[in-house]
Structure formats: C-alpha cells, structure tokens
Design a protein around this ligand. Sequence first.
Ligand code: AP5
Ligand code: MG
Length: 191
Amino acid sequence: MLNIVLFGPPGAGKGTQSERLIDHYGLVHLSTGDVFRANIKGETELGKLAKQYMDQGKLVPDEVTINMLRAEVLKHESPKGFIFDGFPRTSAQAEALDHFLNELNTGIQIMVSLEVEEDELRERLKKRAEVSGRVDDADPEVIQKRIDVYHAETAPVKTFYQNQQKFVAINGVGTIDEITHRIYTAVDSRN
Ligand code: AP5
Ligand code: MG
C-alpha cells in the first residue's frame, strides 16, 4: 500500500492536490474535514458535535476524530492506499494512526508538507469564502484562529514524521500543476 499524509496549514492546497494524487496513484482520499462537513450536512450526532468546534476554528477532540478516521479506513476493502488530508493534526492523532496502520500491517510512506506563508493563506481563504459556503471561511477571525491552532497544535506533528525520516517539505506556492509535479517527484522517490 501507498499511504501519504498530506499536511499543511488551512488553505495550503491539501484538498486541491489530493484530487490530483488520487487519480495519479489510484488512492482513496480521506479528508477528515470533508467527513465532518458531510456529517454536519446530514445532521448526524457526530456532525452536531463537530460543528461546535469547526465553526470556531478549533480542533474536534482527538478521541472523536480518531474513532471516525478508523471507521472510514475500514470501509474500504483492499485499497491501494490512502491520502490522509487534514489528519493527523495532533501528536496523539499521529501516534494513533501509526498503531492503527500497524495493526493492518501497513504504515505511512511519506508526509508531504505544503509550505505556504500566512498572507497567501489568508488571501486564498478569503477568496474561497465567496464560493465555498464554509462557515469557517466566512469570518477573518475564524480564519486567523485556524492558522493559530495550526501553529500551536498541528505543526508539531512534523517532528513526529521527521523522527521517522518520512517528512518532506514542498513549496506550496506556484501554479497547481507545478505543485502537483513537486509532490509526484517527492512521492516517487520514496515509493
Ligand atoms: P479542513 O477541512 O481540513 O480545513 P483546513 O485544514 O482548514 O484546510 P482547507 O480545507 O481550508 O484548505 P486546504 O489545505 O485543503 O486547501 P484547498 O485545496 O482547499 O478542516 C476544517 C475543520 O475541521 C478544522 O478547523 C477542524 O475544526 C476540523 N478538523 C478537520 N480535521 C481534523 C482533525 N484531524 N482533528 C481535529 N479537527 C479536525 O485550497 C484552498 C483555496 O486555495 C482553494 O480555493 C483553492 O482553489 C486555492 N488554491 C489551491 N492551490 C492553490 C495554488 N497553488 N495557488 C492559488 N490558489 C490555490
Ligand atoms: Mg481541505
């Protein structure tokens, strides 16, 4: 299996690049943000809980997120691999993912970290707010909170993968095509 963690701050291009990578490598795209939003739309209990955090730009609690992620992985019978988009976002999530994949006799091959400066992130999300309908894009204060949470709680996850020699930083500024090709080069060198 080829399992990729696609990492980066809000607006870095994780979703955009995941779409390219799933076609190219035949992988399953697993975005925890997308799963939460589908649950909010479906008005499930999980959706009601997640919404309280997401609308404020805070992380959904680890236990809830980890259990949800496990259930999503197990829905797929003999997949070629996964792109984890927006997961893991805390050290506890990274450790849980390792244990879980270990039980399935697999693991993460590479963590691709899209590096984009804050001004550019704010610009992208402000622009997307016009079309996305996402509550967490609509308010600049919530956008800032998401970026702050990324620095405080999520960026340390890089160290977890650096210690396993799986971390690769990719310049996330440029055309979407350019960035896709940077990622292909990084993944192919590990695969
Ligand atoms: P999530 O849905 O993961 O949102 P996010 O991390 O804030 O990131 P985005 O989806 O906004 O950005 P992206 O990196 O996917 O960029 P995109 O490709 O869309 O999470 C939302 C919330 O859910 C969290 O705040 C949290 O509450 C909760 N949650 C999710 N996962 C969780 C977890 N593991 N634990 C706890 N809570 C969790 O691109 C952004 C925009 O830029 C688009 O408009 C795109 O068209 C544009 N763009 C893309 N690439 C380029 C480029 N190269 N040049 C110019 N524009 C570009
Ligand atoms: Mg996304």
